[in-house]
Write a protein that binds this ligand. Structure first.
Ligand code: C2E
Ligand code: CA
Ligand code: CA
Ligand code: CA
Length: 277
């Protein structure tokens, strides 16, 4: 008779092996996706809560493998972040923004593109140089960009602070993304100089439900005001949520209520409709 503990141990080892192999095959698939240019961006409209106009968009990455359905970032960004691939993925994102939106940004100084950076991107100033190149080549202005940073994984505080300072010195706005979902949100808020706090969708979802978390959004908004941060709400799906956010002084919002992620051409069309008197 084999003791049950041994079976458990073997099963766990097999599971770990399987995970490691899946990650390895995902990593090599990502490498070839970078080589073959299988990434593209969708853009989700960013709405000014006071005017209701579309004043920007967040760039959201998609991967279209040669066969099968598109893969969402929740599946491949974590793998890219655990390997060193993420900085190459980010460089590709900036290439795609330049291609999709460069001309438009040069003509619309008050339109904002949100770009997601990972903690590893904040470890060196390479990303700042890449952004400088984008601005120089397109004629877009620093104020055209909002850089969104997450607390997923380990943020090396000294270099993150240096990169954030370099971006803000140029006039680029920096937002802390998915606020409230990480472990060290509060300490980050104290030590990083930021422009925007982006309230995570989980808190927006809870608005008006009476759930314990529905109280949290009020505290987050009060804190943002105390720290003089402007607010962006994500994942707004209902008019009731929007009304609540508007009355509490949230500046910008995005979510299915206004538009799902779409091509840049569609966002540009939305924006010019909204501009019409
Ligand atoms: P995120 O930055 O919190 O992006 C918002 C996510 O919520 C997007 O999912 C978006 O499609 C989804 N969403 C937006 N509005 C609604 C809504 O009203 N209801 C619901 N249920 N969902 C909504 P997506 O595109 O799958 O992105 C997932 C995450 O992947 C992003 O979360 C972001 O953290 C990461 N990500 C996406 N693109 C990039 C990228 O280019 N670079 C990096 N480093 N991360 C990225
Ligand atoms: Ca984001
Ligand atoms: Ca977010
Ligand atoms: Ca989120």
């Amino acid at each position: 008779l084999v003791p049950a503990g041994l079976f458990g141990g073997l099963a766990a080892a097999a599971a770990i092996l399987l995970l490691a192999r899946q990650r390895m095959s995902m990593t090599s698939a990502l490498r070839s996706a970078l080589r073959r240019g299988e990434f593209y961006l969708l853009y989700q409209p960013l709405i000014d809560m006071r005017s209701g106009a579309c004043v920007g968009a967040e760039a959201l990455l998609r991967w279209q493998p040669p066969s099968g359905e598109d893969v969402g970032p929740d599946l491949f960004i974590p793998v890219a972040e655990q390997t060193s691939l993420i900085t190459r993925v980010t460089a590709r994102v900036l290439d795609l923004v330049e291609r999709d939106a460069g001309d438009f940004l040069a003509r619309h100084p008050d339109f904002h593109i949100g770009i997601n950076l990972s903690p590893a991107d904040l470890r060196s100033c390479a990303v700042v140089e890449r952004i400088d190149a984008l601005l120089a080549r397109t004629g877009a202005r620093p104020t055209n960009l909002i850089v969104e940073i997450t607390e997923r994984g380990f943020l090396h505080l000294d270099s993150a602070r240096a990169v954030i300072a370099a971006l803000r010195d140029r006039g680029i706005d920096v937002a802390i993304d998915d606020f409230g979902t990480g472990y060290s949100s509060l300490s980050y808020l104290e030590t990083l100089d930021l422009d925007f706090l982006k309230i995570d969708r989980s808190f927006i979802e809870a608005i008006g439900t009476g759930a314990p978390t529905s109280q949290v959004v009020g505290h987050i908004m009060a804190m943002a005001r105390t720290l003089d941060l402007r607010m962006i709400a994500e994942g707004v799906e209902s008019e009731a949520q929007a009304e609540f956010l508007r009355t509490h002084g949230v500046h910008y919002a995005q979510g299915w209520l206004y538009g799902k992620p779409m091509s840049f051409a569609d966002v540009a069309r939305l924006t010019s409709y909204a501009r019409r008197p």
